[in-house]
Design a protein around this ligand. Structure first.
Ligand code: DHB
Ligand code: MG
Length: 232
């Protein structure tokens, strides 16, 4: 059987065609990201819809995203949120922030989205202050968050988890992208990205308050995986 990357991409296209066609504003966000030459590392349409499905299945209303890029996954999730639901998304790259903000406005979903521009750790600490009433929140939206999507700097995944655990509660869902990285995570001498993911997996595994599984994925983004964590 042909298990080439080409097949994965073709099957992805076939499934996307049938199941996950992008709404116009999501297509436009994709185009804008390409025009701005952002790295082509956003979630695929099927993966974006997977995140949207998780939001609808769980009934999440307050969502936090680490790593906005051009706002592609943000839009899939914001679209799935009920009125009154809100997603806060964090990014430290000014070009990404600009592209994402324009995409949110174009999608007419900016009322459901707050982009916090800055270093993730600073924003996470600020969000904790807001949640604890020690500082005013930008828009009245604070944690604890129902669902968190971790998709930013891979070496920082363990530290993200540390802060995200302070911003979530029992029943909260945490999704992490890129936890397989072409299989490099099984290599003890892996690069610093895979090392970060390995420590993250270990920290999740050792935390008795977390119940987790992982799914390996193939498709037009190559070979990677998602972790799905639930706080218990
Ligand atoms: C990379 C980052 C991502 O979030 C992703 O989904 C794929 C690749 C990267 O930095 O290589
Ligand atoms: Mg990713």
């Amino acid at each position: 059987m042909d298990m080439s990357k080409q097949t994965w991409a073709q099957v992805d296209a076939y499934l996307q065609d049938h199941l996950a066609s992008e709404p116009e504003f999501i297509k436009a966000a994709h185009k804008a990201a390409r025009a701005a030459k952002l790295p082509e590392i956003e979630v695929s349409p099927l993966q974006g819809k997977f995140l949207a499905q998780l939001i609808e299945i769980s009934g999440a209303k307050r969502v936090l995203e680490l790593g906005t890029l051009g706002g592609y996954s943000t839009l899939w999730m914001a679209h799935a949120l009920p009125e009154g639901g809100h997603i806060i998304t964090l990014d430290h790259n000014p070009v990404c922030a600009g592209v994402a903000r324009a995409n949110f406005t174009h999608a007419k979903l900016d009322h459901k989205i707050t982009l916090k521009y800055g270093e993730a750790m600073d924003s996470l600490k600020a969000l904790i202050g807001e949640m604890r009433g020690k500082r005013e929140s930008e828009n009245g939206i604070t944690g604890p968050f129902d669902l968190v999507f971790i998709d930013a700097n891979k070496p920082d995944y363990p530290e993200y988890l540390h802060w995200v655990l302070k911003l979530t509660q029992k029943g909260s869902i945490i999704i992490a992208d890129n936890i397989v990285r072409e299989g490099t995570i099984i290599d003890e001498n892996a690069d610093y990205n895979a090392k970060g993911v390995r420590k993250f997996i270990q920290d999740v595994a050792e935390n008795k308050n977390l119940q987790a599984t992982a799914l390996q994925t193939v498709g037009n983004k190559g070979y990677d995986g998602f972790m799905v964590i639930r706080r218990i």
